[in-house]
Ligand binder design. Sequence first.
Ligand code: GLN
Length: 451
Amino acid sequence: AHLARIEAVDEKVHAFLHVDREGALAQARAVDEKRARGEKLGPLAGVPLALKDIFTTRGVPTTVGSKMLEGWIPPYDATLVTKLRAADVVILGKTNMDEFAMGSSTENSAYGPTGNPWDLTRIPGGSGGGSSAALAAYEAPLAIGTDTGGSIRQPAAVTGTVGVKPTYGAVSRYGMVAFSSSLDQGGPCARTVLDAALLHEAIAGHDPLDSTSIDLPVPPVVEAARNGSVAGMRVGVVKQFRGEGYQAGVMQRFDESVELLKSLGAEIVEVDCPSFDLALSAYYLIAPSECSSNLARFDGLRYGLRAGDDGTRSAEDVTALTREAGFGPEVKRRIILGTYALSSGYYDAWFGSAQKVRTLITREFERAFEQVDVIVSPTTPTTAFPIGERADDPMAMYLADLCTIPTNLAGNAAMSLPCGLAPEDGLPVGLQIIAPALKDDRLYKVGAAVE
Ligand code: GLN
């Protein structure tokens, strides 16, 4: 049914870069056979899923939305994919994304933009716009995203779906193409809080192949999602997450959500996090710096594209020509920014300062979580904007992640879930819930209460 739905609507939505029809049907048949033999089935047996094209899949193309990896077929599965297979999930295919997960609209994909199913002339968010659009268009009931600065939560917000960035280290990064390794985190996307929890439980857990993977039990997210409640909880509202740049209808729905939390028995506490105002600046130094280092491996020799190798050129020239042809403008912008911020003489002023801001933000979260159990905010300052509107204005594009970035810098957990439509444009608004590191279950407890 989902493959038929994809066939019917994906020409318009363009959520998928690759539909693995044969693979999906084979997995579905394998589940049926297991059932017929009376074997124990995985917890998500037979449930179809859309996978962001940033995870390596053995035998199935993985492009990361870039020409650099066009035609590359990985020889191995990401740990997350191995876990999905163990849960008996049926992987429908790979979803569209901003190139190397850099962007907030999916317009930076080398393979063309994805439409927001609510209004195909608008962006579905990014970088994981394909995964969230697939959910909103009913092309898949579950999806996987990755969140470096908001790429799970912001697409969830603007498509009226649920998305969770787990605590950093909760989901293995092995086989997840690296953008900014200290920030990148895979996570679940779904249409309900409980569905997200079931997927969260299936993909989280320690992985010896990822040195930053957390070696602790997965928090009880499913139990929390089944027992939603905020009674007696203290809920923080950050002073800095409001003001100029926030759409009126977004703030209206957010304020109503705060009223709802109060009526359900939560106590609302204002928290002051002054360094959050610097989060965007710090992120746009740290993420490009790490990306400039991570993307050095795309040298035209190891994977995918190789340009200008006609037997007359040096390896260095082939690398330069490959990178010129293979990377899009946003990726190049970030590599240039990052190499500059890391260069000797500028390192302390740029990268060093950004790291200090990161520490301040982490401390302000810690102080806030001494007073409150969770923090809430709008997920993103505006609803889905028209495709093209911010494409030539990187600064305007970067603002989409104003509320999501602090969580990545601190490494704690956050969810976005729908909280109604903005009255002025009828488009979905996302409520963000933020929890301390390792307390991911609180997201689901609160999310299930207000869903
Ligand atoms: N929009 C942010 C960026 O462009 C976040 C991307 C992400 O989370 N992968 O870097």
